[in-house]
Write a protein that binds this ligand. Structure first.
Ligand code: NAI
Ligand code: MG
Length: 504
């Protein structure tokens, strides 16, 4: 790892456009206008690469939340969005996607500054991913439809019965900091296509790209009040959104702990709730694989985005016969993932989001060591540059009781274990309260299908990891969530079904 400690992690200069955006006066986007908060509380914008404060955003008050919800409520109730021809909703969403595309480089830079992720990755994954969500869901605006269904107990022609699909209403959408723009797009795209109106709140650590997105909303042609963006803390602004009587649906991505709290808080007013929560995704490597290609794949599965990925392949199960070679291959891939300044053009992995999260990740590594785990790779935190870096880490000599094996670390830390047979590894893979993703690496189709069937997870990847596509539903089993995003299920999550029965 010697070459990793000599990397210059000083943050690179920001572009004039990024500087100008960061220098803006903190404001909220309500009714297609930038408005001031009712109080003067702000949240600091920190660049995790340098640890420096580079801007401020509003810490929304209860009154600010109420104002945004009222705007969304009015925009929903008078049908200024849901009443438009689906073709117009489709076109407006595609115009927003066009504007994102035209500003792609600035979005990637702002995401890299605000989150600490490599700008190259933000440009290759986050921004095109967000565009793709909008374009795919735009098409659903004209494809959602009810059906005419004959009743069971009545003769033909006695009644005319049919179902209608209607938007659920005002949606409070709360997103995390790991993929700020992409998560925001994942949330707003199906809601907009369905005809809902929105109050979107980015995470307090990463508000910048959601605000930049808000900049484009009016230009894209959305009527006022359809898409409102407020910034603020979770336990205040987020909590107010969740409990607000004028909100019909909550969509949340974040920690399982807060997901459970939100689900409880939404019960009082029986809001619709979809939750995309944490994971501890297993990655199974069978003995027949091409070791070099697989090692590269399982390295990306944990080290991409510094492991701050809900589906991070954080539990590696490699067959005893290839275990040592897979780990050796991962060590060879580690320099590619060495943490660098987020605006360094050579960066593939950047900084951890915050000091708090950095310390949490390092705390897990220490706890693992205390419990008897050994560090096979990394385990340390390069400190030059002033930011929150953690080196790609592999822990071995672990057992299922250890916190590093059971809990979501949300950092570039994988626990690696050996196995001997298929039933054993399937059992171990499922030995978790989570069920978000899983990876299986093998050339043998039968083994692939058997494991895909046995593993309890919302998505199983074969010979790849964390592949996400707007057309393919994404959701969690067990404590990883409720409901789905993307695909037909993704749009259904924003629709009510009304049954109409008319006696003839
Ligand atoms: P979090 O789950 O607290 O925050 C996610 C979002 O929820 C943010 O927008 C936040 O403002 C909001 N929020 C927080 N409390 C709320 C409340 N009471 N009511 C309404 N909204 C609320 O995640 P946090 O605190 O940033 O990270 C804690 C841990 O969660 C991390 O260390 C990581 O392990 C895990 N995490 C997992 C994610 C995943 O996608 N699986 C994403 C983010 C964090
Ligand atoms: Mg929190």
């Amino acid at each position: 790892m010697n070459e990793m400690t000599t990397i210059d992690r000083t943050q690179r200069a920001y572009s004039p456009a990024a500087q100008a955006f960061l220098a803006r006066k903190p404001a909220l986007f309500i009714n297609n206008e930038w408005v001031s908060s009712s109080h003067d509380k702000v949240i600091e914008v920190e660049d995790p690469t340098s640890g420096k404060i580079v801007g401020h955003v509003v810490d929304a008050s209860d009154r600010d939340v109420d104002r945004a919800v009222a705007a969304a409520r009015a925009a929903f109730d008078d049908g200024r969005w849901s009443g438009l021809p689906p073709m117009v909703r489709d076109r407006t969403m595609n115009r927003l996607a066009d504007l994102l595309e035209a500003n792609a480089d600035l979005f990637a830079e702002l995401e890299a500054i605000d989150n600490g992720k490599a700008k190259g990755m933000a440009g290759a994954v986050d921004v095109p991913g967000a565009i793709s969500q909008l374009r795919f869901m735009a098409g659903w605006a004209s494809k959602v439809a009810g059906e005419t269904t004959a009743p069971y107990t009545m003769p033909a022609g006695a009644v005319f019965s049919y179902t209608l699909k209607e938007p659920v209403g005002v949606c409070a959408q709360i997103v995390p900091w790991n993929f700020p723009l992409l998560m925001a797009a994942l949330k707003i795209a199906p809601a907009l296509a369905a005809g809902c109106t929105i109050v979107l709140k980015p995470a307090e650590q990463t508000s910048i790209t959601a605000l930049k997105l808000a900049d484009l909303v009016a230009e894209a042609g959305f009527p006022a009040g359809v898409l409102n963006v407020i910034t603020g803390n979770g336990h205040t602004a987020g909590d107010r959104m969740v409990k607000h009587p004028d909100v019909d649906k909550i969509a949340f991505t974040g920690s399982t702990e807060i997901g459970k709290l939100i689900n409880r808080n939404a019960t009082e007013t029986l809001k619709h709730v979809t939750l995309e929560l944490g994971g501890k995704s297993p990655v199974v490597v069978m003995p027949d694989v091409d070791v070099a290609a697989t090692a590269a794949g399982v390295s990306g599965a944990i080290w991409f985005n510094a492991g701050q990925v809900c589906v991070a392949g954080s539990r590696l199960y490699a067959h005893r016969s290839v275990f040592d070679q897979v780990l050796e291959g991962m060590a060879q891939n580690a320099p590619f993932w060495a943490p660098r300044a987020s605006l360094d053009p050579e960066a593939h992995m950047g900084a951890i989001i915050s000091k708090e999260q950095h310390d949490k990740v390092m705390g897990y590594i220490e706890a693992g060591k205390r419990d008897g785990a050994s560090v096979a790779l990394g385990g340390d935190a390069p400190s030059n540059g002033g930011g929150y870096f953690v080196n790609p880490t592999i822990l071995v000599d672990v057992n299922p009781q250890m916190s590093v094996v059971r809990e979501e670390i949300f950092g570039p830390v994988v626990v690696a274990q050996r196995f001997d047979d298929l039933d054993e590894v399937a059992r171990e893979a499922n030995n978790t309260c989570y069920g978000l993703g899983a990876g299986v690496w093998t050339k043998d189709a039968t083994t692939m299908l058997k494991l895909a069937g046995k593993i309890k997870a919302g998505t199983v990847w074969g010979n790849c990891h964390a592949v996400i596509d707007a057309a393919l539903p994404f959701g969690g089993y067990k404590e990883s969530g409720i409901g789905h995003e993307q695909g037909r299920l993704g749009i259904e999550a924003y629709l009510e079904t009304k049954t109409v029965i008319i006696q003839m």
